[in-house]
Ligand binder design. Structure first.
Ligand SMILES: Nc1ncnc2c1ncn2[C@@H]1O[C@H](COP(=O)(O)OP(=O)(O)O)[C@@H](O)[C@H]1O
Ligand SMILES: N[C@@H](CCOP(=O)(O)O)C(=O)O
Length: 325
């Protein structure tokens, strides 16, 4: 995350007061990420200090936020390892801070995986399937806001910045995905709550078989298979080429499918879902790259990485075909 909104110790201390979790010791901005303003916050309660994470939402609206925060609460209640949001003395999970909605959640232990092994991929695949199951009785329905409608809206906003042959690629893939979304195969795919952004930097490990998932602010109801495709596209690749690493891919797919076996429709749709997952992040990176917001600690992400992955998936899955899983 970056820091778009600066806050003073006094305004933070007054904002924290209704949470009754203790007094402010210190806080500091978190540099990684691109969407919201995040801070580590340390509170003292009866001589015991505890760390939390404060998020000031830069884009999401108060109407959209209950979905994300109540989802985290729902998943945490079902022992899925995710941050738990804290309610104030009125039961509110978010309130304005510096004029924007803000929430405080638990700080999870662990570190991002620096060297990804098949064991990491297996535990992430298993936990993702558990998350999909645990989300089935979550009451709020909010679609993935970065789905097909959004890709279609973004096309004109970014294509002017691109050379013609790259703009053509973007247009062609959006058209292919729009057509695929009309097929019975797509309509048959199982839907539910997904993380929808389960990248390597959104998972913390205390050991390779103990992942925790953070950053739910792109979560939404979508095809489970899309969520799995987003995840393998980041975890199971050779980072410079974007090509799949077979051992990593098999470890994640085996762990996921041991809990949620793939249907015939899933197998048919897999190639298009991998392409869709690459397209989604190519578009958002293009948008952020060409239309960068001002931020105090912004770390831009490289759009060409997903252009490369999309080209590779298109070459591998030119039509809807089934794979071994
Ligand atoms: N609940 C949490 N527990 C521990 N660390 C966290 C937590 N939330 C965020 N972080 C840290 O802050 C960084 C940025 O947070 P993230 O939610 O990914 O920001 P963004 O929404 O901008 O992507 C993470 O990579 C992680 O190091
Ligand atoms: N994971 C996405 C962008 C979303 O950023 P995050 O820091 O909120 O995960 C990407 O890599 O493009």
């Amino acid at each position: 995350m970056a820091v778009f909104t600066q806050i003073t110790p006094n305004e933070l201390a007054s904002w924290l007061e209704p949470l009754k979790l203790g007094t402010l010791v210190e806080f500091k901005g978190i540099a990684s990420g691109i969407e919201n303003s995040n801070f580590f916050v340390t509170l003292n309660d009866n001589s015991k200090t505890t760390d939390y994470v404060l998020t000031i939402f830069e884009v999401l609206t108060p109407e959209q936020l209950p979905f994300y925060l109540q989802l985290m609460q729902h998943l945490a209640d079902k022992n899925i390892p995710v941050p738990r949001p804290f309610a104030d003395n009125q039961g509110q999970l978010f309130r304005p801070l510096a004029g924007k909605p803000a929430a405080l959640v638990s700080k999870l232990s662990g570190q991002e995986a620096k060297e990804i092994t098949p064991a990491h991929c297996a535990s992430v695949g298993r936990t993702l399937a558990q998350l999909h199951h645990a989300g089935q009785d979550f009451a709020i329905h909010q679609p993935n806001l970065r789905g097909l409608d959004w890709w279609q809206q973004m096309e004109n906003k970014v294509s002017d910045f691109l050379p013609d042959h790259i703009a053509d690629l973007l247009r062609d893939e959006i058209a292919a995905q729009s057509a695929f979304a009309q097929t019975q195969t797509y309509k048959n795919l199982r839907m539910g709550v997904g993380h929808c952004d389960l990248f390597v930097d959104n998972v913390l490990f205390t050991s390779p078989d103990a992942p925790s998932f953070i950053d739910f602010y792109f979560a939404g109801v979508d095809r489970w298979l899309f969520d799995l495709a987003v995840t393998v596209n980041d975890w199971c690749i050779e980072r410079t080429t974007g090509e799949f690493l077979p051992e990593h891919l098999n470890a994640m797919m085996d762990a996921y499918t041991a809990i949620i076996p793939l249907t015939d429709d899933d197998k048919t749709a897999w190639g298009m879902m991998l392409r869709a997952a690459a397209l989604r992040f190519w578009i958002s990176r293009l948008y952020d790259f060409y239309r960068t917001r001002e931020a105090a600690m912004l770390t831009p992400k490289d759009p060409t990485h997903f252009e490369r992955i999309l080209k590779s998936r298109r070459a591998q899955f030119a039509t809807f075909i089934s794979e071994s899983h």
